[in-house]
Design a protein around this ligand. Structure first.
Ligand code: 1Q0
Length: 215
C-alpha cells in the first residue's frame, strides 16, 4: 500500500474531529471543524479526479479559515461564536453584496456549513440503506434537498454527473476503513448525531445574526 496513513481516509478520524468540535457550553471549535473537513476531503480524494472540482473548492475554503486561525487575530477565531462576534463587530463581513470582505471567515464557513447539511442527509441515507442501495441516488437526493438550492445550474449539472461515478455501497463502506458493514453502520450512527448537532448550533447562530444569506 503506497498511500501513507497520513493520507488514508478513516471515518474514525472524522468522528473524533466532530466530537472535539463541541465545547462544554456548546460552542464550536473552528480548529476541529476544519480538521473534520480535512478528513472528509481525504475521502473525496480517494474517489478520483472527477471529484477534483469539489475537493478544490473545499480545500480553498479550509485554507482561508486556517489562515485566519493562524493569523495575527487568531485568538478571535477559536470558536465559530467568537469568529461571528469578532467579524461582525469589526465590520469584516459583507452582508448584502460582495465588497471588501469576500473572504470573510463567516461567509467562507457558511459554504461549508451548507455542505455539512448535505453530508448529514447523505450519511443518514447510507446508514439506513439496504445492501443494494445506490450511493449515486442517495447522494443526489441529499444534494437536491440541501446544497443544490445554493448552486447555479452548471454546478448542479457537474455535481450530478460526478455522483453517477460514485462507487457502489459496499465499496463505499470499505473505503471508510472501519471494518465490516455492520461496524461502519454503527459508527455512522455515532457520527451523524454529532454532525447534526454541530450543524444545528451553527444554523441557530447564523440565523440569530441574520447571516444565512451572506453573499
Ligand atoms: C461523495 C461525493 C461528494 C459529493 C459532494 C457534494 C457536494 C457537491 C458540491 C459541488 C460544488 C463544488 C464546486 C464549487 C462550488 C462553489 O461555488 C460553492 C459556493 O462557494 P462560493 O465561494 O462560490 O460562494 N461551494 C460550496 O458549496 C462548498 C462545497 C463544499 C463541498 C465539500 C464536499 C466535501 C465532501 C466530502 C466527501 C464526503 C464523503 C462522505 C463519506 C464520508 C464518511 C464520513
Amino acid at each position: 500500500d503506497t498511500v501513507s496513513d497520513d493520507q488514508k481516509f478513516c471515518l474514525k478520524e472524522v468522528l473524533d474531529a466532530f466530537r472535539l468540535c463541541l465545547s462544554e457550553n456548546r460552542e464550536v471549535y473552528l480548529q476541529h471543524y476544519v480538521a473534520g473537513w480535512r478528513g472528509l476531503i481525504k475521502f473525496l480524494n480517494t474517489l478520483g479526479s472527477v471529484f477534483g472540482f469539489i475537493s478544490k473548492d473545499a480545500v480553498t475554503k479550509i485554507q482561508i479559515l486556517v489562515h485566519l486561525l493562524n493569523g495575527e487575530n487568531g485568538s478571535q477565531y477559536v470558536t465559530i461564536q467568537s469568529m461571528v462576534k469578532y467579524e461582525q463587530g469589526n465590520e469584516l463581513v459583507d452582508l448584502t453584496k460582495r465588497g471588501n470582505n469576500q473572504e470573510s471567515g463567516c461567509r467562507t464557513l457558511l459554504r461549508l456549513h451548507r455542505a455539512l447539511r448535505w453530508l448529514e442527509l447523505f450519511l443518514d441515507r447510507l446508514r439506513t440503506s439496504s445492501e443494494d442501495g445506490k450511493t449515486s441516488v442517495m447522494c443526489a437526493d441529499a444534494y437536491n434537498e440541501s446544497l443544490a438550492k445554493y448552486h447555479p445550474w452548471v454546478i448542479r449539472k457537474a455535481a450530478g454527473m460526478a455522483f453517477c461515478l460514485l462507487p457502489g455501497r459496499q465499496a463505499f463502506l470499505e473505503i471508510m476503513n472501519v471494518g465490516s458493514s455492520e461496524q461502519v453502520v454503527a459508527m455512522l450512527g455515532e457520527a451523524i448525531p454529532l454532525i447534526s448537532e454541530v450543524y444545528q448550533i451553527t444554523e441557530v447562530l447564523y440565523a440569530q445574526h441574520n447571516m444565512l444569506d451572506l453573499p
